[in-house]
Design a protein around this ligand. Sequence first.
Ligand code: NAP
Length: 480
Amino acid sequence: MPLFLQEGIASVNPIRDAIIQASYLAASVMFVLGLKSLTRPDSARRGMQQAALGMLLAVIGTLLNQNILTYQWIIGGLVIGALAGYPMAMKVPMTSMPQFIAFSHAFGAIAATLVGVVEYRELTREGLLTNGLAGALGFEVLFGALTVTGSFMAFGKLQELITGRPITFKGQNAVNIMLMAVAFGCFGYLVYNPMAAWAFYSVVGLALFLGISMVLPIGGGDMPVVISLLNSYAGLAAAATGFAIGNNVLIIAGALEGAGGFILSVMMSKAMNRSFANVIFGAFGAAPSSGAKAAGEVKEPKTISSEDAATQLAYAGSVVIIPGYGMAVAQAQHVCRELHELIEGQGGAVKYAIHPVAGRMPGHLNVIMAEAGIDYGALLTDVDDANRVLGSADIAIVIGGNDIVNPDAEGDTSSPLYGMPIFRPWTAKVTYVIKRGKGTGFSGVENPLFALDTTRMIYGDAKGVLGNLVKEVKALNEGH
Ligand code: NAP
């Protein structure tokens, strides 16, 4: 009897079987509750705890199934996994989280693919392979293997082990579509003739190759969308595993992950005002865009000293802070909170405008600001709401942000950013922009905000500049 198929058969111990199924049901409920809680920043931590509890219940339920387990292998796996995973998770900086997630996905997908291969061999040997099971296993290895190499590629690009630039050649999309058609053809033949081992292993091989060839033309900055999509594929592979081995919790968790990952990818594309197809096939960032203005066309931005900026901040009635990727790179959130408290101490109101695609992964800046202990009530996460508040603010401070405040997204139809919802800091009385120099943002296009008459640049690393502002505001307070 194949190792995993035994999960689906009648147990000799009905009480233990009932406990296992109850733990799977409770785990599924916890996963759904966890996802629901994750939709709001103030309940997100609880959501993670609910999902983790769900996973614990699923693991306990599985470990109770003595029919199918060899405990020494499981303990060995647990020890190796914990020894490798714990230090990695503790040490990885927030800015490297996308590649860390890609790396972990690759290992989850390796597990799903290996289960598929072992199960195919066992079922074939026992002569128990039906057309339905062959379909489930083929689907599992197709999406599992694609996720393995795709995730390693995404990791490599984000970690800069390979170039983050899109690697393209003529007819690339056509080649990929053809390879995918061949993979689906082999899959179809496998369902028709489950004993055709060549078709099964061709699906595995083609999927491994497709994972590489489909991620190659995608730019490093678009990797979060790709990672989320691969997450969705890993979920589909897990759900297929659930069908193959008759495990309900795997079907439910896989379906949730499959749907969740896909919705997140589409939402990220939408927040960047790019079609999903443009992210996957568009090779964004390959060459300077037509919307990028020649250097000569852009006016020289005006600067302001930390001393003068601090004086204005100390007397401002309302300040809106717009954090971007540079805030996360500089790890400036704690000193930002210090400045925030000083302004509030002087009677000013401080709000944060958090853009849905600020930073490099969904919720990046929400997490960074939460880490610094900023109250959720101070976060404006809706672009329209934030723009309303900006319209009546005394000072807007853009900290390490660029694309999320580029006016061309509203006014220049030739800009690659055109149509992306953006914040309008220029509607405040004055805008300060803190960044190290004249670097462009993720899109690589110039930002006319910096040269507007009401904008003042404060050049430098975000943490250093904010530290200076804190010192100056404190000195002003003490002088009173
Ligand atoms: P951005 O457009 O990439 O701009 C970041 C700016 O931060 C740069 O212009 C850089 O200018 C500055 N910077 C870097 N290090 C700094 C430091 N240590 N101190 C101060 N400034 C620093 O970032 P964004 O405005 O947050 O926009 C996010 C972009 O990423 C959007 O285009 C979005 O579509 C894209 N994206 C987001 C996601 C997501 O899920 N969040 C996913 C994929 C793509 P200097 O070099 O001059 O300092």
